[in-house]
Unconditional design. Structure first.
Length: 214
């Protein structure tokens, strides 16, 4: 939207002082899907200026926030957490939002990413945090190249006890009716021909294998 169809608005307390200043278009002023909710009493939802361009709306939003000040930084009475003038009315497609999010994460330092994860996990149960961690590890593994995946698989296999390796071999061996073999170096399981190709490609002696009983 590039026309003159933006506005600025305010949410008022019962004493008619504003507690939030915003900028929007269409039905943004009445949206409840946000951090600061609009008052239930519609008479306390007011338009400040209408028929503005987006740039004009941003400027007026910043001006009004500066006039009333913010509670979070001790300058005034508003619940806004920024000085205004940022954001966009066109939120884009899911793919565009995902790309923006990805670029934002990549621009973070390791410390900033850790802090973001900590804050994101703050409201989760232990089960939710565990599931979130599993998904993150799975996504990281899926994005790595084949050699990285092989190395990760090898380290994971070697970190397990003999009982756990035996259980892995037992479960892996019943996935197919054909005879299975396991590489004793990486734990990789497949048929004889597939394992030979796998080991040769990685410089592993083909004799380093065990048959998996079915």
């Amino acid at each position: 939207m590039n026309g003159v169809n933006y506005y600025t608005y305010a949410y008022l307390r019962e004493d008619k002082t504003p507690y939030y200043i915003g900028k929007g278009t269409e039905n943004r002023i009445y949206s409840t899907n946000r951090r600061v909710k609009p008052p239930k009493d519609k008479s306390r939802i007011i338009f400040l200026k209408q028929n503005l361009t987006e740039e004009e709306a941003f400027k007026h939003e910043k001006y009004m926030i500066a006039v009333f000040g913010r509670k979070d930084n001790g300058t005034g009475i508003l619940r806004n957490l920024t000085d205004g003038g940022e954001g966009t009315s066109n939120r884009g497609t899911p793919e565009q939002r995902s790309e923006i999010s990805r670029k934002g994460r990549e621009s973070m330092t390791p410390e900033q990413r850790s802090e973001a994860v900590r804050k994101g996990n703050a409201g989760m149960t232990p089960e939710q945090r565990s599931e979130s961690s599993k998904k993150a590890r799975s996504l990281q593994l899926s994005r790595s190249d084949p050699e990285q995946r092989s190395e990760i698989s090898k380290k994971s296999y070697l970190s397990k006890s003999l009982e756990q390796r035996s259980e892995m071999a037992r479960k892996g061996g019943i996935k197919s009716s054909s005879q299975k073999f396991q590489c004793t170096v990486t734990g990789f399981i497949t048929n004889a021909g597939g394992l030979a190709r796998y080991q040769k490609a990685r410089g592993i002696e083909t004799s380093k294998r065990v048959r998996i009983d079915q």
